[in-house]
Design a protein around this ligand. Structure first.
Ligand code: ACO
Length: 336
């Protein structure tokens, strides 16, 4: 068995900053409510007409990760792309990155696990590398939420939370058994699928021809639905569980954690988890204040920023954890 290590990281966020005060011009909300409940001050939303999409943002993040890895793009053996906001219903954005980067005809896999998407993608990449099938895998998480949100008062419980952006890593085979991804842990509980979901244009209940004929501007099934308090309650339990699972698997304890990077769902969730593990502020990386919840992109953006800021050093124990729609949740224990 081989070991896999992250050898390059990159992130990309659109230039356009949208503050809470700007949102209060679109809907009945205010800066105090949003900050108090979520910790968010601003988020990035692509500018109309900018041409940016989930795949273009993912491509930009990937270019930076490849450059920092110090490799040629043609050394990449495989692409894994996690998103809930693909450019097309199909094909997924993995192939679009393959084309945009002009990488030879390697495989491209799309992962649909929402807030846990990046961890699922990282775990799949880790298995491919550990078994020796591939040597270098590009793993991307990218989201363009802003085009799909209900920006009226009706949608305020959801739309104020989400932001656009992308992050990417290059995962590489390594011979050093003591460093790299020590383990990943993935879970799901489909009985709660509806509690955080976007139903349309799914084929589950309606015919596309009927949807088109109805052409109903009040059709809410095209907007994300979230049972916020229920998600919150489940998230805090699962985050703690899955981090503990990862630590136990590696005979580690919370005292061994150098940096926890939780999926940026809500600052209150991150703070709950931080206190549960007795971690100091400098042991938990949060940037939801500036970006909102960027779903599959949130962990790779936060990981890249933490690394850029010198918060991750050789030999550190870095713990990644996520919870989200599905419900799905997971963790990754990394010796840097
Ligand atoms: N601005 C002002 N008021 C609002 C807003 C808003 N943006 N949104 C909702 N309200 C109102 C509601 O209408 C309600 O009013 P009412 O009491 O008159 O009926 C009141 O505020 C309270 O609404 P709740 O939904 O009960 O508010 P809550 O305290 O649960 O906070 C929130 C909502 C922030 C979504 C919270 O439930 C939460 O964080 N849940 C966790 C879910 C999460 O983190 N999701 C992130 C994405 S999923 C993921 O990544 C896991």
């Amino acid at each position: 068995m081989y070991q896999s290590r992250i050898i390059g990281l990159g992130h990309y966020v659109p230039e356009n900053i949208v503050t809470n005060d700007e949102l209060s011009k679109l809907m009945d909300t205010n800066d105090a409510w949003i900050q108090e409940r979520t910790g968010i001050k601003e988020r990035r939303w692509v500018k109309p007409g900018s041409g940016e999409t989930t795949s273009t943002m993912g491509t930009e993040a990937a270019k930076i990760a490849i450059e920092r890895a110090g490799i040629d793009k043609d050394e990449i053996d495989f692409i894994i792309f996690a998103t809930l906001s693909p450019d097309y219903y199909f094909p997924g954005p993995g192939v679009m990155v393959q084309e945009a980067l002009d990488i030879k005809t390697i495989g491209a896999l799309d992962v649909r696990n929402q807030c846990s998407g990046f961890l699922y993608a990282l775990s799949v990449a880790d298995q491919f590398i550990k078994t020796g099938m591939y040597k270098k895998i590009l793993v991307i998480g990218s989201e363009l939420h802003s085009r799909g949100l209900d920006k009226t008062t009706r949608g305020r419980g959801v739309s104020v939370i989400f932001g656009d952006g992308a992050g990417a890593v290059v995962l590489s085979r390594s011979e050093d058994a003591k460093k790299g991804i020590l383990s990943t842990h993935l879970h799901s509980q489909g009985e709660h699928a509806k509690e955080l979901s976007l139903v349309a244009p799914g084929m589950g209940k309606r015919w596309v021809s009927d949807i088109l004929r109805e052409n109903d501007p009040n059709d809410e099934s095209y907007f994300p639905y979230m049972n916020g308090q229920f998600v919150f309650k489940n998230a805090i339990v699962r985050f703690v569980e899955v981090i503990n699972e990862g630590l136990q698997k590696n005979n580690l304890t919370k005292e061994d954690i150098n940096l926890l990077i939780p999926h940026q769902a809500n600052l209150r969730i991150s703070q709950f988890v931080q206190h549960k593990f007795g971690l100091r502020d400098d042991q938990v990386y949060n940037n939801i204040v500036r970006y909102g919840n960027t779903t599959a992109a949130s962990i790779p953006i936060a990981l890249t920023e933490a690394w850029q800021e010198g918060k991750i050093k050789e030999g550190n124990l870095v713990v990644l954890a996520a919870f989200g729609s599905g419900f799905t949740w997971g963790s990754a224990i990394i010796r840097w």
